[in-house]
Design a protein around this ligand. Structure first.
Ligand code: SF4
Ligand code: SF4
Length: 326
């Protein structure tokens, strides 16, 4: 697979610095029950990397010491990590808001039959990938049979109260384009999703998040192979809005890998661009080094891929930046 970093690092991006830290995004491993075409972490069933118990302990200590408001757990399929439920329960005991980036099909994987009930009991916010409300489009991106399983997963979460008014159980969906194009307007697409999923499948949810595809990893390699890389980068750069710079997710979030090393965001983690104190670009910071350190004001490592966050309506872990800020 061709690495896109040599192409991305040549592209200048406006300098930005960290703001106050609100969110710890933790990638607990790359194992996944799926292997989607656009996956920016190259996750799949054969990946073996996963966060061990001692790193999970550091992460929980960091949440407590730094009084972090939100823990955003991602993977792979994060629920496959044996530490997942312990991490969730401990963070919830501290009053931390916990987000699970759930691929929905995991709810039917053997051994995960009680996962939906666990998430509901812990009041975990579920952010679920659903790249389209139409079966064909979902299966082209995520594999055969995925749509029906995903719908069953959503119905199961709905039956527990997820996405229903007054339940306190939040269910948000994620859309990303099929190919090298910008996502459509988030609010309009959300209305379409609600109408079609509601009418055809009785599914309800809270918000739809739209993300631009990042020109890295598997999707980046496809762009290069199809000779689309430059055109897609041009598209992102031409759609860049300075107004989005203040709200990109890296300003208030750090991303931690399964070993405990820290990055400005999940994308930089995948590009292996560690968080830097600004002194030495080769340094690698471990979360245990930051237990007593405030990262506010540190420079963020930016390059061409960052236009994926600032193009048009923008993209962050909370969807389009304009809506995310409201
Ligand atoms: S479900 Fe998510 S983590 Fe798993 S392969 Fe697909 S995009 Fe990657
Ligand atoms: S990819 Fe986005 S979130 Fe990551 S450093 Fe660039 S602007 Fe920030």
């Amino acid at each position: 697979m061709r690495d896109t970093w040599p192409l991305l690092e040549r592209i200048a991006f406006p300098p930005i610095r960290r703001g106050p830290l609100h969110t710890l995004q933790v990638n607990v491993g790359y194992r996944c029950n799926q292997s989607c075409v656009h996956c920016h972490v190259n996750a799949g069933p054969s990946r073996t990397e996963e966060m061990p118990a001692d790193v999970a302990d550091v992460m929980l200590a960091f949440l407590e010491r730094r009084r972090i408001a939100t823990l955003d757990i991602t993977g792979g399929a994060p629920e496959l990590n044996p530490q997942f439920r312990r991490i969730v329960a401990a963070a919830r005991d501290m009053g931390v808001r916990v987000i699970d980036r759930c691929n929905l099909t995991i709810l039917e994987v053997p051994g995960q039959e009680d996962l939906a009930e666990f998430l509901a009991a812990q009041q975990v916010e579920v952010v679920a990938s659903m790249p389209c409300y139409l079966e064909d489009n979902v299966e082209r991106q995520r594999g055969k049979g995925v749509f029906a399983v995903s719908i069953r997963g959503l119905q199961r979460l709905n039956a527990l109260g997820y996405g229903r008014e007054g339940s306190g159980l939040v269910l948000n969906l994620v859309y990303n384009p099929q190919g090298p194009s910008l996502p459509p307007a988030q609010d309009k697409l959300e209305d379409d999703y609600k109408r079609v999923l509601g009418e055809r499948h009785g599914v309800v949810f809270n918000r739809l998040y739209t993300f631009a595809n990042m020109p890295i990893q598997r999707f980046g390699a496809i762009l290069i192979a199809q000779n689309e890389f430059d055109r897609y980068l041009d598209l992102l750069q031409h759609a860049h809005l300075d107004a989005n710079l203040g709200q990109v997710m890296c300003r208030n979030l750090i991303s931690v890998d399964w070993r405990g090393y820290v990055y400005d965001c999940d994308f930089n983690q995948m590009l292996d661009l560690p968080l830097t104190s600004g002194r030495d670009a080769r340094e690698r910071v471990h979360l245990s080094d930051l237990l007593g350190v405030d990262v506010e004001g540190l420079p963020i490592r930016v390059a061409g891929h960052c236009y994926g966050c600032t193009a048009g309506q923008g993209s962050s872990c909370g969807g389009a930046l304009k809506e995310a800020a409201e």
